[in-house]
Structures are given as structure tokens and as C-alpha cells.
Design a binder for this molecule. Structure first.
Ligand code: SF4
Length: 384
């Protein structure tokens, strides 16, 4: 996932913008209504429920559209709060239907979200949880950007709202959704931002709102072992592990966090993940790197490593980026790898790269977006 930053316009003296109600948890919304004197505390739960439905079931962005809220209350709400969506800086649609939005959530904070049709039940939205990343996985160009800050729950939910606006998916349909799954596989390590990720999942999964089942929300981690149990307990989300290697020596290189939490600790943590079962399998992500991790021996080692864990393995053909020494495995090698996993009883789909023409495929985003923005800045400078 690509995130680009321009902090030049962030000023310390800027007035605080009004609170955006559409990013608050239910409890946060209730408290905000009390604090702004919209209603007395004993009526706040009911009022919050009413406003919640308008925001998260109907997707309204204007208090005047809340037709069962009295006009004077609408006016008080509009004076104290906003429902505004973040600015969409750029929208692109790929030949294969993949959509990508560059979203400015705050001055200088820009996030890309990618919608991929025909993934999951109908279509998956890949969202980010941090601006930048601290983990420096060596195959991941998007992670070379230094961490700026965690995204708030509101900024995570905003990625979903923007996608649903674009897909015209309001009010929340009971069935036949186009956006059926959410994956936290964008920029950042979600388990370093669990409070906001957990609040965002509470908002997205609420039955009187967007109402996406928690079983259709997947959180991907590179292996922050101590946070696995809290993730499962707090969110009941599906778990994905960015694995990529079957021995510590190689994983130390590909996913340096492995030096802190090695494979033995990681596997113990996964086995203890709350709710894991055949109906709630763990997804292991495995990027296919030519001559690095793609041999039949490694496929067999992978089978051994995940033995006994209800799991599937996503094989991800590597998307090269400028300056990387890694190459993508040959197609035949990937198929041979998949066959060994399949034979051992693990579903192991080979993920087709999506949205390459709009630079939305895994690992392509940051480099190309930053290059484009750098060239725009150069052009602006030259024109000035
Ligand atoms: S793969 Fe994820 S955790 Fe690793 S550097 Fe990239 S964004 Fe960060």
C-alpha cells in the first residue's frame, strides 16, 4: 500500500477542525452528543443509535438528510460536528476493475486504499493502518518509508467509506455486496496500532451500520507475537501471517522482526490464536522469490512448519521494484511449490497480480506514486 506525505502545509497554529462523527465508536458518539449538549445523558444512547444508523447504514454526509431528526437538532449537530469525507486526491480504475484512491485524511497525511473485485466473496478492500512502517521487510518497497504515525480509527474507517461511496453501496445491502471483505494488508503493521484497528473493526462490523461480518475482516501481521492473543480477543478478526520463509536464518533477512519473535514463538502464538478452527483458518502469505524461498525443499519445510494449524497459503508472485535485487520465481516453480502444498492438504492459491496498470499491485505502490509526485513537484517548481 502506498502512502505519500507532504508535511509542508501542516501548521501548529491551525484551528482544530470540528469532530467528525463518522469515525467515532458507538460509545464515542454517545459521549460526543452529551458533551455538545445535543441531548441529556439519559437520552444519549437512543439518539446515538439514530445518528449511527444514518451515518453507517445510510452513509449520509449531511445532517439535513437525517429525516427523523428534528430540524433544530440537525442544526445543533451541524454546528458542532462534521460528517465530511476526506478529500480524494486521485482515483484510478484498472482494466481488471481494481480501483485505487489516494485519500488525504489530514493535512499532509495521504493514504492509498485499493479495491480488488472478485476476491473474497465478491470484492476486497485493502486498507492501511499506519503512515509509514518501522519493520523494513526487505522484499517490501512500500515499507521503506519511515513511520510517521498511526492512523486513527476514523482514518481507517474513512478508507471504507470512500470505497463504498465509489461503489455506490449505501445503504448497507443485506446480500450481493460488491465490497464483501476487508483486509488490513496495506501500509503498516496493524498490531502496532491495535487500539485504533480494534475500534475501526468495531465500527465496520456493527450490525446497524456497515455490518461486515468479523469473519470477512482479515488482519495481516508480520508476527508481533505478544499482540496475537489481544487481536483475537478484541476483534475476532481472521488472522493472516506475513511468513515468506520457513527457517529463522532466511526470515531474519526477509522479515527482520523475526529476530525479535522467531518462528518457534510465532508458531506457538498462532496455535493459541483465539477461535482458530477449520472454519476460521489462518492465512499464510508467502511471496515467491526466485532462488530464495521457492524450492521444493522449502515447500516441504513449509508443510512441516504449519502442520496441525488449520491454514491456507497465499502464494504471491513478487512484483519487482526499482533497486530491488529480488526477482519473481518462474511460473512453473510457483506451480510446483503450490502442488506440494496442495498434496499435503493445504489450499494454496497463487494470487494473480491485480491493478498493475494503475500501480496498485503489491509492492508497486509507494515507489511509483512517490516518483509521480516527485515529478509533479519538479514540474511545479519549474513552472514557478
Ligand atoms: S510487509 Fe508490511 S510490515 Fe513489512 S515493511 Fe511492508 S508494510 Fe511494513
Amino acid at each position: 500500500m502506498s502512502i505519500t506525505l507532504d508535511l509542508s502545509r501542516a501548521t501548529a497554529s491551525a484551528p482544530r477542525p470540528p469532530v467528525n462523527l463518522s469515525g467515532l465508536t458507538r460509545e464515542g458518539l454517545r459521549q460526543a452528543l452529551i458533551d455538545a449538549d445535543i441531548c441529556p445523558p439519559d437520552k444519549a444512547r437512543m439518539r446515538a443509535s439514530q445518528v449511527w444508523g444514518w451515518i453507517h447504514h445510510f452513509g449520509v454526509t449531511d445532517f439535513a438528510a437525517m429525516s427523523n431528526v428534528a430540524k433544530d437538532t440537525q442544526a445543533k449537530l451541524a454546528a458542532a460536528f462534521t460528517l465530511a469525507r476526506p478529500e480524494i486526491v486521485e482515483r484510478q480504475v484498472s482494466k481488471d476493475g481494481t480501483r485505487k484512491w489516494l485519500i488525504r485524511t489530514a493535512p499532509g497525511i495521504e493514504v492509498e486504499a485499493v479495491y480488488i473485485p472478485d476476491v473474497g466473496r465478491a470484492g476486497a478492500l485493502c486498507v492501511s493502518s499506519q503512515v509509514g512502517c518501522t519493520l523494513n521487510c526487505t522484499f517490501c518497497h512500500t515499507g521503506t518509508q519511515a513511520l510517521v504515525r498511526n492512523l486513527t480509527a476514523a482514518e481507517i474507517v474513512a478508507q471504507v467509506q470512500v470505497a463504498r461511496d465509489d461503489l455506490e453501496e449505501w445503504p448497507s445491502p443485506k446480500e450481493d455486496r460488491r465490497l464483501s471483505n476487508i483486509v488490513f494488508m496495506g501500509m503498516g503493521e496493524p498490531l502496532y496500532n491495535l487500539d485504533h484497528v480494534s475500534d475501526a473493526i468495531d465500527i465496520i462490523s456493527d450490525n446497524e451500520g456497515i455490518a461486515l461480518s468479523r469473519r470477512r475482516i482479515t488482519v495481516s501481521t508480520s508476527g508481533v507475537v505478544p499482540m496475537l492473543e489481544p487481536l483475537g480477543t478484541r476483534t475476532q478478526a481472521m488472522l493472516a501471517i506475513s511468513l515468506h520463509a520457513t527457517n529463522d536464518a532466511l526470515r531474519d533477512v526477509l522479515v527482520p522482526l523475526n529476530k525479535k519473535y522467531d518462528l518457534a514463538q510465532l508458531m506457538d502464538g498462532i496455535r493459541a490464536y483465539p477461535g482458530i478452527s477449520n472454519a476460521r483458518r489462518v492465512t499464510f502469505e508467502y511471496v515467491m522469490l526466485k532462488g530464495i524461498n521457492d524450492s521444493p525443499d522449502e515447500a516441504r519445510a513449509l508443510v512441516k512448519l504449519i502442520e496441525g494449524i488449520p491454514a491456507k497459503v497465499n502464494l504471491i508472485p513478487f512484483n519487482p521494484w526499482p533497486g530491488t535485487d529480488y526477482e519473481c520465481s518462474d511460473w512453473k516453480t510457483i506451480e510446483r511449490f503450490a502442488a506440494i502444498l496442495n498434496k499435503a492438504g493445504y489450499a494454496s492459491p497463487i494470487r494473480t497480480p491485480r491493478g498493475r496498470d494503475i500501480l496498485a499491485a503489491c509492492g508497486q505502490l509507494k515507489s511509483e506514486s512517490e516518483k509521480i509526485r516527485a515529478s509533479v513537484r519538479r514540474a511545479e517548481k519549474a513552472a514557478a
